[in-house]
Design a protein around this ligand. Sequence first.
Ligand code: GDP
Length: 565
Amino acid sequence: SKVRIYTLAKEVGVENHRMLEILDGLGVSYKSVSSTIEEDTVELIKQIVAEEGAQGAGSGAAAEASQASTSSASTSPANTSPAQPAADDVQAPTPGASAPAPTAAPAPEPRSSEMPAASSSAGAQGSPVSTPVKERQPGEVVQPSSMQPGNPQPGTPQPASDAPHRAPVVTIMGHVDHGKTSLLDYIRKTKVAAGEAGGITQHVGAFEAQTSKGRIVFIDTPGHEAFTTIRARGANVADIAIIVIAADDSLMPQTREAIAHAQAAKVPMIIAINKIDLAQADPDRVKTDLTQLNLVPEEYGGDLIVVPVSARSGEGVEDLLEYISLTAELEDLRADPKGEFSGVIIEGKVDKQAGVLATVMVQEGTLHIGDFLVVGEKYGKIKAMTDSAGGRIKSAGPSTPVQVLGFSEVPDSGEKVRSAKNEHAARELVEARASDRRDTENARVRSRLTLEEMMGPLGSVRTVNLILRADTQGSVEAIQGILARKESDDVKLNVMFAGIGSPSEADVLLASTAEATILCFSTTPAGGVKKMAEGKGVDIKSFRIIYELIDEVDRLIKGTTEPVF
Ligand code: GDP
């Protein structure tokens, strides 16, 4: 569907964001725009675009027109009547029509939601993305489904929708040697303006790429460990995850891990199939392998964007950047530069000359030299700021990584940052936090878990999060098969990740963010991993007999696992 929006925008000659506005105005959720979008909808869009052109683009009339059509679309999900030839009764709403236009208010079409499914099965037979459905019956109508409003991503703060758009923050993950670093290097080399320091860009944990579609911020430390370390401290910094998969190697253990981590964070993924310059590259195999994880590329009828690239020759990288921008537009990322500041530490280090340097990703508001930054129960005053290209700056708005001088101790990556206008306010914030912490610690000691806390609110579905590790693929599948039968109406078993071999540190991080239990069959954690799990309060349980593992799952399901002291 995203690819279709992209090609459609090109076809009718508007920018992606305008296409989204038009679709929105028509009450079409982008998720329902199947790869085989109805011709009538395309006609309608072309009319709107043509009308806008006639009236002068960007005039208020265009905006009103799309608003009027929003209201008529919301009155009835159908825009055209089944009784009439579709294209004829499609009229772009008259500019200036202020009230919802009930003129074309036909009976709703009950089978609407089934149509995209039918279309996508056509897509699955290998028809190219841009092929419209030909088998439409005469008189059959455009059925933009307004019944699936785009869901905002849970867990992310939703700023007021009139806040300005902000640049997307992108992270690159994938298996070792699949080309994450090379891809980042290529983008940095070609898309980052040479900094003040004569093009020598120091590593500050993130960089800003300038593309034809605007700014994109890349997190410079590839890998899901870095991504989940930040999440483990409660912050979500990446808006989009690029999963790099080498075309000659396809899905590998860390590819699956990276996908599980992006899914756990509910961050939209784009697949970059890398190394397509190699003779032995087999991008089709990668796509087929992805479908086995229930990730269906758009050209197979799903909604996963898959972009073939070569970090060596640069082929496809421009497309990748465009898809990132498109995904960002679909996510409708916004932040208010005038709002209250909040940010996240990307990384911190000690420089022999400068002292403590920390890279802050501004998420909301604007950071100024002289502001006081509060991290945890510490604060410091910003003495100097540099952007990711090494230039000195005085202020930084949303989605800007800035290196800040002024902390007295190195903050940890993932820590949340707030600001205060003066030292007094900073100290008050720190003191309030210290007292909050003492209160919760005391409360924890005093109170026992209530039944509700243990079991979840009555009548609700409880989810047991699990990470599964086993010695062979056969055991992984066998255990998953048994677990699938254990689910009931009130308990959902969510296997966040299942893999071969002993649990990794990344598993522990994932488990700690999701309060998951790690179950191992015929494999045990290495000492370091075990220690880390203890430190984070993550349970790792190892079994040699499958039924003992299943018994443990039963206990987790019943919520009767005895707390271990
Ligand atoms: P990472 O471990 O995922 O960061 O992978 P690297 O970026 O270090 O790349 C691993 C190896 O693959 C290096 O030798 C790269 O030169 C090579 N490589 C990366 N991208 C490409 C590509 O697009 N084509 C070819 N032929 N080799 C690549």
